[in-house]
Design a protein around this ligand. Structure first.
Ligand SMILES: [Zn+2]
Length: 160
């Protein structure tokens, strides 16, 4: 089960968000699989120790523990491979990508923290294969990972 959504659980929010689509090799079976990450534009708000502040850079989120229910529905429609799993080792749920061939969860660490990973491209050229789609829907979540300074092509397509 995913943690129930409450306003208190949220530490990041924004009036809109975007989805970043990439592909990569499954860490379990080695097959190619579609991968998705959630990003927020500059001006999104974050809460640290009860104080909200506005961030002046776009960010990719990872290690997402709680997502507002409406966001989960968008993901279920557009990228069902991104869903919550109970994390091995500690007693919490995190949202992560799952291989489209074998179903194995793909750890955010390899996608977001490893230089050259699907969502940590080292150059604008590497980033050019990442497709961004903006979604005009209020966003709220609790995330533990924030990736800034990624050279994504922020001139993105709009949804709808
Ligand atoms: Zn696989």
């Amino acid at each position: 089960m995913t943690e129930r959504f409450t306003e208190q659980a949220v530490n990041v929010r924004c009036g809109s968000f975007f989805l970043a689509f990439a592909s990569g090799s499954c860490t379990s079976c080695g097959g190619q699989t579609d991968l998705v990450a959630i990003g927020l534009p500059a001006g999104h708000e974050r809460c640290e120790e009860g104080v909200w502040w506005s961030a002046d850079e776009p960010v990719l989120l990872f290690d997402i523990e709680v997502l507002a229910p409406g966001i989960g529905a968008v993901l279920f429609d557009g990228c069902p491979q991104f869903r919550a799993v109970r994390s091995a080792g500690d007693n919490r749920s995190v949202w992560c990508n799952h291989c489209q061939s074998c179903g194995a969860p793909q750890a955010d660490y390899w996608l977001h923290c490893e230089p050259g990973g699907a969502f940590l491209p080292l150059s604008p050229e590497m980033a050019s294969s990442i497709d961004l789609i903006a979604v005009d829907l209020a966003f709220a979540a609790r995330a533990c990972g924030f990736s800034e300074g990624v050279p994504l092509p922020y001139a993105m397509r709009r949804s709808g």
